[in-house]
Design a protein around this ligand. Structure first.
Ligand code: AMP
Ligand code: GLY
Length: 422
């Protein structure tokens, strides 16, 4: 098989790496890819941007690929899938109508309410003064969300009324015209990435990521500083509840609306201290860095699952098989991220880290004469162990081998697991 992967993050490197572990996959094309996919045996990078729908379609046709896999939300929300469907190219990723589940939080909220999916109470506002009046009535803490793709910058969890009112002004000032004001939820966040072919839907192993930049889950929100799977917080009972009360009703309402959804439905859940679950958000793609922790544990060939989603035969691949053990991914970032950071710093020690038993997924890297940093999140170092304790020991041993100027990472990835085990 020949597969085209669209994207350039750690998630896409992990997908390409996993696909190439199978003898059925002869070649992976990645566009635009990164330093990791450039160095991966069997993988070739192409310089097309993820927004270049016509270019990507042309590449898929010219290379006669068997499948296109889309990593990020942007090309999905621009309609890459609809484009490729016109040429009968199998694609893993929902249509533009389906991608609204991530691209518009107001649309997703309405869908959840109609489907009876548990989610935080909320109101939608197009008028700043009305939003502020409502926020003042509700009081803080409260959550303000921009409607639209915002690369992780559109959600403000306001602990004070002042912060919440400021958030309204700053989101409207930065060009958003619709806001969602949502009830503040407490508990632990779990990422459930589910595969669907539009007829059947099944979760992958539940994961947790660490969104905040600082140790102890403090500081600014990022795309994710680390992740682990399978998280013990999501017990079998909770996963059964996710299937019954989140995944199935969501798929059903998508079907009722004639939305062709084949790919990943990512449910970001909040699980309260008493085990009550609510959906915080849906995404239309794999999570990053959750994918880097989940895929190394997958036993069923990934290409079989992805092709089955594209061809609506997922039921034939069930149950999804998993390896035993636990996986932990630690993100190595450029100091300053998620604010300003440097690019172009030389990266060393990857081979030594791999020799320690870890897999080093690249995110913001570029391979020229040397390998250099090229983004905020630079690498995702993943280790699998027989339990979390051993995975964490292997991963940090490997992380210690890697160097670049201003390297920053969290030393406490997986710290919440201690609370579960004690
Ligand atoms: P979202 O993009 O909707 O997942 O929001 C980004 C992050 O903001 C989430 O991962 C949570 O950490 C936080 N968040 C979102 N909604 C809520 C909420 N209703 N209550 C508390 N925290 C939230
Ligand atoms: N790790 C969070 C996300 O992919 O949205």
């Amino acid at each position: 098989m020949k597969i085209l992967v669209v994207g350039n993050g750690g998630r896409e490197h992990a997908i390409a790496w996993k696909l190439l572990q199978s003898s059925q996959v002869k070649q992976v094309l990645c566009t635009p890819g990164n330093g990791g996919t450039a160095n991966l045996t069997g993988c070739q990078n192409y310089p097309l941007k993820v927004e270049d729908l016509a270019g990507i379609t042309e590449l898929a046709r010219k290379e006669k690929v068997d499948l296109v896999v889309v990593g990020p939300e942007m090309p999905l929300s621009l309609g890459l899938t609809d484009h490729l469907h016109q040429f009968n190219i199998p694609i893993f990723g929902p249509t533009q109508a389906g991608a609204q589940i991530e691209a518009s939080k107001a649309w997703a909220k309405q869908l959840m309410v109609e489907a009876g999916v548990p989610t935080a109470a909320s109101e939608v506002f197009k008028n700043p003064e009305k939003a502020k009046k409502y926020i003042t009535q509700q009081g803080a803490p409260i959550v303000i969300k921009a409607d639209g793709l915002a690369a992780g910058k559109g959600v403000i969890v306001a602990m004070t009324l002042e912060e919440a009112l400021e958030a309204v002004d700053s989101l409207f000032a930065s060009g958003f015209d619709t806001l969602i004001v949502e009830e503040f939820l407490t508990g632990q966040e779990v990422s459930v990435l589910a595969l669907t072919d539009g007829k059947t839907i099944r979760p992958l192993l539940p994961a947790q990521d660490h969104k905040q930049v600082g140790e102890g889950d403090t500081g600014a929100n990022t795309g994710g500083m680390g992740a682990y799977a399978p998280t013990p917080i999501a017990t079998a009972e909770i996963m059964a509840q996710v299937q019954r009360s989140v995944l199935e009703p969501t798929l059903k309402i998508l079907q009722q609306r004639n939305i062709d959804y084949r790919g990943v439905l990512y449910a970001g859940l909040m699980i309260s201290p008493i085990g009550e679950l609510k959906v915080l958000e849906f995404n239309c793609r794999f999570g990053d860095p959750e994918t880097q922790a989940v895929l190394p544990l997958l036993e069923t060939p990934l290409e079989d699952l992805m092709l089955a989603c594209a061809q609506q035969t997922l039921a034939d691949c069930l149950p999804i098989q998993w390896k035993s053990g636990s996986a932990v991914c630690v993100v190595l970032a450029a100091g300053g991220y998620p604010g300003k950071y440097e690019k172009g710093n030389e990266i060393t020690g990857i081979a030594d880290a791999s020799a320690k038993g870890a897999v080093v997924f690249h995110a913001g890297t570029q391979q020229g004469e040397t390998l250099v940093t090229d983004g905020g999140r630079v690498l995702g170092v993943t280790a699998v162990g027989e339990d979390f304790e051993s995975a964490i020991a292997i991963v940090y041993d490997a992380v210690n081998c890697i160097h670049f100027t201003n390297l920053y990472y969290r030393r406490d990835i997986g710290h919440r697991l201690k609370a579960v085990n004690n």
